[in-house]
Design a protein. Structure first.
Length: 88
């Protein structure tokens, strides 16, 4: 597995920095994976990825390109969601 993800330690550290920055912006409150957004008329709720998840994906796309960046972002999000591991 480590051979498939040789940058694992660096990537986890980068993800931790992104999550910690968003925790600070959220005054330490827990971060969700999704956010609900009301439209301008308060009639419809849209669900979107949370800003920290979008930043994480964008960071790894920029760092490694779309295909590899997508793989790394998924590995990190899976690690957080499935194993219950916290990065901060």
């Amino acid at each position: 597995m480590h051979n498939e993800w040789p940058t694992k330690e660096f990537d986890l550290k980068s993800a931790e920095e992104i999550v910690e920055r968003h925790l600070d912006l959220n005054d330490g409150a827990p971060l969700g994976v999704f956010e609900m957004v009301l439209d301008s008329n308060d009639e419809q709720v849209d669900v979107r990825l949370a800003d920290w998840v979008i930043e994480l994906i964008d960071y790894f796309h920029h760092e490694y390109g779309l295909e590899r960046g997508d793989y790394v972002a998924k590995m990190i999000v899976n690690r957080i969601l499935i194993s219950g591991e916290t990065l901060h």
